[in-house]
Write a protein that binds this ligand. Structure first.
Ligand SMILES: N[C@@H](CCC(=O)N[C@@H](CS)C(=O)NCC(=O)O)C(=O)O
Length: 201
């Protein structure tokens, strides 16, 4: 199977971390691709009409997207335990959604400054996205005791989100107000899956 990804895509990184954790990397051919809302990638669009990364194309040509579908597919394929069984499933998936929400807001901020012509940039928009990020970080910080120590889709998504903030928004200085998250990230970043998939801007 073939994974379209980019070295700066935190959603794609989430899939790669999961694939490493599940021992599936030898079954995945990674294919570099570039995509932005203003520059669609013709090859990628053939598989994902939204033109977004990541997309996973199975050997029979079936395309899977978005990242939440891909990681769940990989977990099922490997018979993995990245999603808790029973009621714990919802906790795992909600933490993944919250971490992905950090990324959704961060990507909108990124596109606002990197793609939108300066005369059209809107400070209130950027401020609003920043509030979403800070709110989500506060929630993760306050609930850290409940999920620290787990390796699941929630913590994988969170690790990927924090690394994207480090890459694109160091001025956010999220560690200043998130000591539990900060020490959790330092430990989680030592995992081979994290080392092998570091974002490169
Ligand atoms: N919800 C999607 C988000 C994917 C996404 O926004 N990917 C970015 C790269 S990090 C992208 O492809 N952007 C191009 C675009 O929005 O057209 C997922 O989880 O996979």
């Amino acid at each position: 199977m073939k994974l379209y990804y980019s070295t700066t895509s935190p959603y794609a990184r989430k899939c790669l971390i999961a694939a490493h954790e599940l021992g599936l990397m030898d079954r995945i051919q990674v294919t570099l691709a570039a995509a932005t809302p203003t520059a669609r990638n013709a090859e990628l669009v053939q598989h994902n009409p939204l033109g977004k990364l990541p997309a996973l194309v199975l050997d029979d040509g079936t395309a899977l997207y978005d990242s939440r579908v891909i990681v769940e597919y990989l977990n099922t394929l490997a018979g993995g335990s990245l999603i808790a069984a029973g009621d714990g499933r919802w906790d795992t998936l909600v933490r993944q959604s919250l971490a992905d929400g950090i990324l959704d807001a961060a990507l909108l901020m990124r596109y606002e400054v990197a793609l939108r012509p300066q005369e059209f940039q809107w400070a209130d928009w950027t401020r609003g996205q920043g509030e979403k990020i800070r709110g989500a970080l506060r929630h993760f910080e306050a609930t850290a005791d409940a999920w620290t120590g787990r390796v699941d889709l929630g913590t994988i998504a969170l690790a990927s989100a924090l690394s994207y903030l480090d890459l694109r928004f160091p001025d956010l200085a999220w560690r200043d107000t998130s000591p539990a998250l900060s020490s959790w990230q330092a430990a989680f970043n030592q995992r081979p899956s994290m080392i092998a998939t570091a974002l490169k801007g």
